[in-house]
Design a protein. Structure first.
Lengths: 237, 117, 496
């Protein structure tokens, strides 16, 4: 009954919504406001002004870098939130884990061990090449995180924990926002505004270096956070 | 109007998807399903905004020797990258809340939880 | 460029750095991390003070992130409404100070650094939300403060805390998505994300209905955040169950995000002059009036002190929304100043109630009878808060409610002025009940007489806030005249 009512209400709500989206600028039209105003500037000047051939990277790291600064803070917030909710007091922590119902087969262990360095290499490639090809810090960071998760499942937690040594862990988790703040302040010092990048002739290598540093910071921080999230949730089984 | 709607089918689809997600959020009883509804809504909004950036015959907005215009709009893609990260963070938080609820109350059905209160 | 606009960056980045480094600093040292968080907020407050002095002298100014001029880059903008950064810093400092003992004793040691981290992130989000001039950036900061808010509700680990947090999360996330969707719609018709630029270009697209859809989505989204009737249902549980310093922040500041968001949206749509906002205004006034009466009505029947305060928040946000919807200069001034004053008052109430709960372990009026003799200073502070929120002169609550009532007459809607007075009467009833229980009724639990006064780190914030409630009542004209130019500027397109 309740469900039918909700469905009916939503169907009624759909009618005005659909009639309004019909009046939005036509889909895929090259003369729509969305394509001709700010984005036109990005597409025209992005590569030389902002320093990366991948315009999406230009927008993320340079033109709208402050958004991304906020975004890495959001992931850090998720980490702090999950830890604040799930972290067990040390006396309650269970040391003895029940053995998994089915042990991981030797083939899987071998293959994952074999592939791990290549996965890591691929992650590094995606991170470092974000300004010329699709990819970047977030994508690479996710691959790193997936690697941590795979190793945890196959090799067990203790082995995987060695990837993120305990004393360095809070620093690695905070890596992405910290990198942004450092580069941002460097921007104030050099260019005169937060997250500004030098664009004049002899200093373009600095700009590229900063973009790469940001990508690395995002990648490392993202990977560390995803790994920790997985461990924290897993400990609660 | 039908013609305009047909032309904007991508937007219409995301509106429908949004409402389907909303239905799941309101009507489903299981907390995980409720949350999946929320994820559907998120996807709908992301699809809508990415669709805003599509351009007839557009290529990926990466300059270089082989690239030739027109390029698609880079801004919506950049925005949605941020949006996805936000969605992932919300998912992580919601799942950990659900884990705690299950641990404390032994159930994640909304009606049973309401009875317990 | 002169050095001082950089304060606008500091005010956002300082709490952020404090937050991400809190786990590094605070491993197993709950006292150190509290001091660290206080230091971070200290730097932020210094920056905020500079900005407020600057805006009082020279008027609004902006800061181009990365040196990109808007609309290409992100613009931070500081105007008179931005002065709410001041109250955010003040309440943030006091809530952190209050947490100094509270967190250490009520939370497991391992979680304490993350608690402070979340507090600072919440404040970062609030400050960023207030100072940004870019729609998408607004969304990002809104998500920082929402996510940390959901988590802070659940952090106490009490039995229904997670359920309350989950309810809050689902409603909050749906409202955020509405906001994001509307931002997408605005982007599709204007091609821009900068608020001023969107306002300037909104009329260019022929059809007006997309702008209407965006307005509806943004309003609905922010109404959920502001917990206006009928989308208030997440608030009472979440605010009552959260740790007391968190309740003070959530009730005093986080619900105001909805209000400030509405203000931002109104600034865009008033300036664009493409839509007639009368319908929305009428809706706001009505919903505000219903929220006032309903919040007050439900509060009367609550036994739990914090639950009572939570319902009172609904009714006070109702006042603010009503003032916004009246769209007359008096109403709007009253509403914006009530954003400040309600934050002060509600923080006083929640923190003093929190101190009582911390010392006695009880949280219902029945159990807390006679606490007035055992904890005299805390109870006096709570009573001052109670008088202020009813709106008895000369306290902080009086002047803004008076202005909102004046606004109702100015807008030729005297009925709502009357509704407002009735609401105040209701509120009076339940605070009388509270004060009565604390002072005049015999103690239910005899051991309550032996309870000692709250520790200094809790007493100091409570005393400061209670004093401010009185001082702001006497010096109430200062914020009123401070905010006036901004309101006049905003209402200028309406021709009045």
């Amino acid at each position: 009954m309740k469900r039918a009512l909700v469905a009916a209400l939503l169907i009624v709500a759909a009618i005005p919504l659909l009639s309004i989206v019909a009046e939005l600028p036509p889909h895929a039209a090259p003369d729509s406001p969305a394509y001709t105003h700010v984005s036109a500037h990005y597409l025209e000047h992005g590569a030389e002004e902002a320093g990366a051939e991948n315009i999406v990277t230009d927008v993320i790291l340079n033109y709208r870098g402050f958004d991304t600064n906020g975004e890495v803070t959001v992931i850090f917030t998720a980490l702090a939130a999950v830890l604040a909710i799930l972290l067990l007091p040390s006396e309650e922590r269970v040391e003895e884990r029940p053995a998994p119902a089915m042990p991981v087969s030797m083939v899987v262990r071998f293959v994952v061990r074999l592939l791990a360095p290549f996965i890591a290499l691929f992650a590094v490639y995606v991170i470092m090449n974000g300004h010329v090809t699709p990819g970047g810090g977030f994508q690479g960071g996710t691959i790193l995180g997936a690697l941590v998760i795979a190793l945890t499942i196959v090799l067990g937690e203790d082995e995987a924990h060695r990837l993120l040594p305990r004393p360095a862990r809070p620093w690695l988790q905070a890596a992405a926002p910290l990198t942004f703040v450092v580069i941002g302040i460097a921007g104030i010092a050099v260019v005169g505004s937060y997250l500004g990048f030098p664009a004049e002739e002899p200093w373009q290598w600095v700009r590229t270096a900063w973009l790469v540093i940001l990508e690395i910071g995002i990648g490392v921080g993202g990977g560390a956070i995803i790994g920790t999230l997985f461990w924290t949730m897993e400990a609660e089984r | 109007m039908i013609e305009a709607l047909w032309n904007n089918l991508d937007y219409a689809a995301s509106v429908v998807l949004f409402l389907i997600g909303l239905y799941a959020v309101i009507a489903k009883n299981n907390l995980v399903k409720k949350f999946m509804g929320l994820n559907i809504m998120e996807t709908a909004v992301f699809a809508f905004i990415v669709a805003l950036g599509v351009v007839e015959g557009g290529d990926a907005p990466i300059h270089g020797p082989d690239a030739h215009p027109p390029f698609t709009n880079p801004l919506p893609q950049a925005l949605i990258l941020t949006g996805i990260v936000v969605a992932v963070s919300t998912t992580a938080l919601a799942l950990s809340l659900i884990i705690r609820i299950h641990r404390q109350c032994g159930t994640i059905e909304a009606d049973e939880l309401r009875e317990m209160e | 460029m002169a050095y001082w606009p950089h304060w606008l960056v500091v005010v956002v980045v300082a709490p952020l750095v404090g937050a991400v480094l809190a786990p590094v600093v605070g491993r197993g040292r709950p006292k150190v991390v509290a001091l660290w968080a206080l230091a971070a907020m200290g730097v932020t407050s210094l920056a905020a003070l500079n900005l407020i002095v600057r805006v009082a002298e020279d008027g609004p100014f902006s800061y181009d992130m990365g040196g990109w001029e808007p609309p290409v880059g992100i613009e931070l903008r500081f105007d008179e409404f931005g002065a709410s950064v001041g109250i955010i810093c003040l309440l943030g400092m006091l809530a952190l100070l209050f947490s100094y003992r509270y967190a250490e004793h009520t939370l497991p040691t391992e979680r304490v650094p993350y608690y402070y981290s979340l507090m600072l992130l919440n404040l970062t989000g609030l400050i960023g939300f207030v100072v940004t001039g870019d729609l998408f950036n607004l969304f990002v900061f809104m998500e920082i403060l929402s996510l940390s808010g959901y988590a802070l509700v659940a952090v106490s680990g009490e039995r229904i805390a997670e359920m309350a947090a989950f309810k809050y999360l689902v409603m909050g996330a749906v409202s955020s998505l509405l906001v994001l969707f509307s931002i997408g719609v605005l982007y599709s018709v204007t091609g821009s994300l900068n608020m001023a630029d969107v306002a300037a270009r909104l009329g260019d697209w022929g059809a007006r209905s997309p702008a209407m859809l965006a307005l509806a989505g943004l309003s609905l989204g922010f109404m959920v955040k502001a917990a206006i009737f009928p989308v208030h249902i997440w608030l009472p549980d979440a605010h009552a169950i959260a740790p007391s310093p968190v309740s003070a922040i959530l009730s005093g500041l986080v619900v105001k995000v909805g209000v400030l968001g509405m203000l931002r949206v109104y600034q865009i749509f008033y300036a664009a002059e493409t839509l007639d906002l009368t319908g929305l205004n009428t809706l706001l006034v009505w919903l505000g009036a219903i929220s006032i009466v309903m919040g007050a009505f439900f509060a009367i029947f609550q036994e739990d002190v914090k639950m009572m305060l939570a319902y009172s928040t609904i009714s006070n946000v109702g006042y603010i929304m009503m003032g916004l919807g009246l769209a007359s200069s008096y109403g709007l001034i009253g509403a914006t100043v009530h954003v400040f004053n309600h934050a002060l008052i509600k923080a006083t109430l929640f923190l003093s109630a929190g101190a009582m709960i911390y010392r006695t372990g009880y949280r219902t009026l029945h159990d807390l009878r006679g606490v007035g003799k055992a904890m005299p200073i805390t109870t006096i502070a709570l009573s001052i808060g109670a008088i202020s929120i009813v709106g008895i002169p000369p306290t902080a609550g009086f002047l803004c409610k008076w202005y909102i009532a004046l606004g109702a007459f100015q807008a030729d809607q005297p009925f709502f002025g009357v509704a407002l007075v009735f609401g105040a009467l209701f509120i009076f009833v339940y605070y009388i009940r509270m004060v009565n229980a604390f002072y005049f009724q015999p103690a239910t639990h005899p051991e309550i007489a032996e309870v000692s006064e709250a520790p200094l780190s809790m007493l100091v914030p409570v005393i400061i806030l209670a004093t401010l409630c009185l001082v702001m009542g006497i010096l109430g004209r200062i914020p009123l005249s401070f905010i006036e130019p901004a309101v006049t500027r905003m209402l200028a397109p309406l021709g009045g």
